[in-house]
Design a protein around this ligand. Structure first.
Ligand code: CDP
Length: 571
């Protein structure tokens, strides 16, 4: 089995089943067999036993060889009594205690099963508003977010995974200023990513330096008028100091909403890659691009034939997941089986670029992204059309933008997830992110355990080019990057540029080009050097809106005490 040391650590600590005594009860091989079997069982609704067995073998091979991995809950739960397989959920919150606490309970159950939850708190009346039943004053959205945060802290994802939440508040909610500063105290909402729900109208008001009205969500009366630019400044100053809030661009999201008659989308899952309607969930899976590189003569190339059949297989796999999934909530079952949203994405993008010796910050990398993602878009559509022929279109198809021309089985098909843990299992770079460092420590992933790595592709590259020496490795370990090391040639330095050495423009260019082909959204962090200014962030956020990303998240190095990745491993 081709597992790295880190992959084995992660598998053992979180994914492999254990018996009642807490001892390991399966091997990685058995894990993939369990998942393949559980997912292939869906085939029986349409085909014979031998067909189900054929697909089971295909699913197993592709996971075992790390070509494709489904999201963590599928790996953890498929074929177990829990069998909750989705990573992403959005739950509604209406302006009454019953709705708030029903959703809190539902979120707790989802998080216990390994899923992440997104909420838009904008329907809640503002702080200090009147509560008619009691005559008292309302607590407001931020205060309820703290209750959700606290619940997450104690649920801890079934002991396997820390809970993740997305909290969104619309930019015209009267409590928006309190929301924007709500993560200044790092501990206050430590289990939340927060994003401001931005409208085009607000962005235009910022550009024209106009006033901006904060509106009561129920009465629609104007509660306060502020300058749009002042709110913008508050947002970017907080993003500068803590990484939060990010932005979600609600109008861009709804311009691409395939099912507008069902309602506007107002929320995303925790990492932002899937905009969803209330109660929808989404199953993700990611193809490991570094496994599709082959040598042709003296050059490395992508094997598109193998990639095409893997995309087709992955769409079928995710369709099957919808069939065999155990839905914790009846509302989720109804809407998920009617819309059949899935999110196939990629991991290993940076590794692929390295293997092709293309710098991340190059036009060649961007053209390759166009080529690869156009291929993903076309192949995933073909696969969904084919499944619609075999198994029928999704139930709400007639309400969708695809009616009557394209008979599809899935309302959405692609999504770029962060692949935080599955990329460790696959031993490749995460999602579409550049290398964070050539040598790094990854902490907090396993609740305290620290994983250390020197990028194996870097070691291979040095050996191939006769540049390898122990002394050099020590130097690299010291800082985690290469630019200051004299004996490393410029071309090598360009190929191994790390996230903070790549300018924010190039980070954003990648997000923009991937978004162009992806019908859900792209989860990406625009990494910034510690020295980046507030106006740098303003420019990135503004450009992201103009270039039609569905959301934007930045992270300035060292702006949080507890960061997941740290450069260098010798300290
Ligand atoms: O690699 P893995 O499948 O574990 O997850 P990911 O691609 O890093 O994240 C995909 C989605 O899983 C996130 O957007 C969240 O919805 C959910 N997630 C979560 O609920 N809790 C976590 N600790 C990590 C991810």
């Amino acid at each position: 089995m081709p597992f790295s040391k880190n992959a084995l650590k992660v598998l053992e600590s979180r994914y492999l089943r254990r018996n009642l005594k807490g001892e390991l009860a399966e091997t990685p091989d058995e894990l993939f067999m369990r998942v393949a079997k559980a997912v292939a069982e869906a085939e029986l609704a349409w085909g014979t036993h031998s067909e189900a067995e054929k697909w089971q073998a295909i699913f197993y091979e592709s996971m075992k060889n790390l070509l494709f991995l489904p999201n963590s809950p599928t790996l953890m739960n498929a074929g177990t009594s829990l069998n909750q397989l989705s990573a992403c959920f959005v739950l509604p919150i209406e302006d009454n205690l019953d709705s708030i606490f029903t959703t809190l309970k539902n979120a707790a159950m989802i998080q216990q099963s390994g899923g992440g939850t997104g909420f838009n708190f904008s329907q809640l009346r503002p702080k200090n508003d009147l509560i008619s039943v009691t005559g008292g004053e309302a607590s407001g959205p931020v205060s309820f977010m703290k209750v959700f945060n606290c619940a997450t802290e104690h649920v801890k994802h079934g002991g396997k995974r820390r809970g993740a939440n997305m909290g969104i508040l619309k930019v015209d909610h009267p409590d928006i200023e309190e929301f924007v500063v709500s993560k200044t105290d790092e501990k206050a909402l430590n289990n939340f990513n927060i994003s401001v729900g931005i409208t085009d109208k607000f962005m235009q008001a910022v550009e024209k330096d106009e006033t901006w009205e904060l509106i009561h969500p129920n009465s629609k009366s104007i509660i306060k008028t502020i300058k749009a630019k002042d709110l913008w400044r508050l947002i970017i100053e907080n993003a500068w100091s803590s990484g939060d809030p990010g932005l979600v661009f609600l109008d861009t999201i709804n311009a691409g909403n395939p099912l507008l008659p069902l309602g506007k989308i107002e929320c995303t899952n925790p990492c932002g890659e899937v905009p969803l309607l209330p109660y929808e969930s989404c199953n993700l899976g990611s193809i490991n691009l570094s496994k599709f590189v082959e040598q042709e003569g003296r050059k490395n190339i992508i094997n598109f034939t193998k990639l095409g059949s893997t995309i087709e297989m992955a769409i079928r796999f995710l369709d099957n997941v919808i069939e065999v999934n155990h839905y914790l909530l009846p509302q989720t079952k109804t809407i998920v089986t009617a819309n059949r949203k899935i999110g196939l994405g990629i991991m290993g993008w940076a590794d692929l670029l390295i293997m092709l010796e293309l710098p991340y910050d190059s036009n060649e990398a961007i053209s390759l992204a166009h080529q690869v993602m156009k291929f993903f878009k076309e192949k995933s559509l073909e696969a969904s059309v084919q499944l619609a022929k075999e198994r029928g279109v999704f139930k709400n198809w007639e309400k969708s933008i695809f009616y009557p021309n394209i008979k599809l089985r899935h309302a959405t098909r692609l999504s770029i997830a962060p692949t935080g843990t599955i990329s460790i299992i696959a031993d490749t770079s995460s999602s579409i992110e550049p290398l964070f460092a050539v040598a790094y420590r990854r902490s907090h992933v396993l609740d305290g355990n620290i994983l250390s790595e020197i990028n194996p592709l870097f070691i291979d590259y040095l050996k191939k080019n006769k540049l390898y020496s122990e002394g050099l490795m020590d130097e690299v370990k010291e800082t985690g990057y290469l630019q200051h090391i004299k004996q490393i040639p410029a071309a090598t330095k360009n190929v191994f540029k790390t996230a903070l050495e790549i300018s924010p423009d190039w980070h954003l260019k990648h997000q923009v080009v991937f978004q162009r082909y992806v019908d859900n959204a792209v989860s990406k962090t625009i990494n910034l050097a510690e020295t980046a200014s507030v106006s740098d962030i303003s420019e990135i956020y503004l450009n992201a809106w103009k270039q039609k990303t569905k959301g934007i998240t930045i992270f300035r190095y060292n702006s949080k005490n507890k960061q997941v990745l740290e450069k260098g491993i010798s300290s």
